[in-house]
Design a protein around this ligand. Structure first.
Ligand code: AHR
Length: 370
């Protein structure tokens, strides 16, 4: 990691605030973004053993299960620990699903290994947990194990990323809109370049992950409308700093003429910057190469404030409170939303004005919770 992530322990008050206001960035991340419109309706909720009865969605969601007696057992099959974003997301789950909040959390770090993640889910089924949360490494390959969970009567929440599986096999999907993130990056670039040529190199995330697929699709949606843009190459950096550096070093050997590098997360951007530093290539607002990044973690936004990253599109890792809200509703027999879209913002370096992004300031950075 280029810099050590600042871990912030969310207080119970912040957790409660996030249930109603998660997703905004900057100094008001915790409290200002409305949650009222954070759902879409494109996938019906599964009708499983604990499916909701009466629609009591007007009830205020319980932030936790504290004081109600038995702990609710939750298994969480996490992607791994590949990025600062992932560390913040894991911390968020461990805080929200604490014993003090009425949960017993079984946590498995799958280390970006699909087989390990599938076995983790099967382990949770054997343990007879009450709920399973899965942050899927890849979109594909989930039908069989999801069917096994459903047969065992255990509701599954798909979190962070999405799966390419029958929606009747899980209760809900909670996460950011990765296609929109990619489109925001593309729209910002078009605005910034204002018709100028672009020779673009893309460092993608992990192969087969919905975060990668979505951001690539979204960016390409905008790029396809710009004949003055050329995407020279697009390779996976696996969402890691080492991967970003390795891919950038290889790009530098292959391409002498480029002016935009799109990194699909902050850690890849740190690696790409290291590679460009070593090669004497300048970047950022005062350099020759425009850098776009995703995640907008604290360190990523520090680089944006410093003018090294031109534009940083947020992917909000504080999502556990939405999962807790769903579980509390299921416990109460209340209706749940099939999809919860966690809201994102984008940020640009000082001196850049954009209709798509917030201009970075020290105040915005100081308000960052992850
Ligand atoms: O799925 C979210 C993505 O996964 C984040 O952008 C990245 O940092 C993480 O590894």
């Amino acid at each position: 990691m280029k810099k050590k992530l600042l871990s912030v322990i969310l207080s119970a008050t912040m957790v409660a605030a996030l249930v109603t206001g998660c997703g905004g960035g900057g100094s008001d991340t915790q409290t200002s973004a409305p949650a009222a419109d954070n759902t879409t309706t494109d996938a019906p909720a599964a009708d499983t053993t604990s499916a909701p009865a009466a629609d009591t969605t007007t009830d205020a969601p319980a932030a936790d299960n504290a004081g109600s007696g038995d702990l609710i057992k939750v298994g969480f099959a996490q992607v791994g620990h590949e990025s600062d974003w992932r560390a913040a997301n894991t911390q968020n789950y461990q805080d929200a699903f604490s014993e003090a909040n009425g949960y017993e959390l079984s946590f498995v770090d799958a280390d970006n290994d699909n087989a390990v993640q599938l076995e983790a889910v099967r382990g949770f089924i054997q343990q007879e947990v009450d709920y399973i949360c899965i942050a899927p490494i890849e979109t594909a390959g989930w039908d069989t194990v999801l069917q096994e969970a459903q047969d065992a009567g255990i509701p599954v929440l798909i979190v962070d990323r999405s799966v390419d599986a029958d929606a009747s096999l899980y209760e809900t999907q909670i996460g950011c809109d990765m296609v929109l993130e990619g489109e925001t990056a593309g729209n910002w670039l078009a605005e910034y370049l204002d018709g100028a040529d672009a020779k673009i190199l893309v460092i993608e995330g992990s192969v087969g992950a919905s975060a990668t697929l979505g951001r690539t699709e979204g960016f390409n949606n905008i790029a396809s409308a710009h004949s003055e843009w050329e995407i020279l190459d697009s390779q996976s950096g696996d969402f890691t700093q080492a991967g970003g550096q390795e891919v950038m070093e290889s790009f530098i050997k292959s391409y002498s003429d480029f002016n935009v590098v799109v990194c699909q997360n902050d850690n890849e951007a740190y690696g790409a910057m290291d590679a460009m530093d070593a090669a004497g290539i300048t970047y950022g607002v005062d350099g020759d190469v425009i850098i776009i990044s995703f995640d907008a973690t604290h360190d990523g936004l520090q680089y944006t404030l410093d003018g090294k990253i031109n534009c940083n599109v947020e992917c909000n890792p504080l999502q556990a409170e939405f999962a807790a809200e769903v579980i509390q509703k299921l416990e109460a027999g209340s209706a749940i939303d099939a999809v919860t879209v966690v809201k994102d913002e984008a940020f640009v370096a000082p001196g850049i004005d954009s209709q798509y992004a917030v201009t970075m300031s020290q105040e915005v950075l100081d308000g960052r919770a992850y």
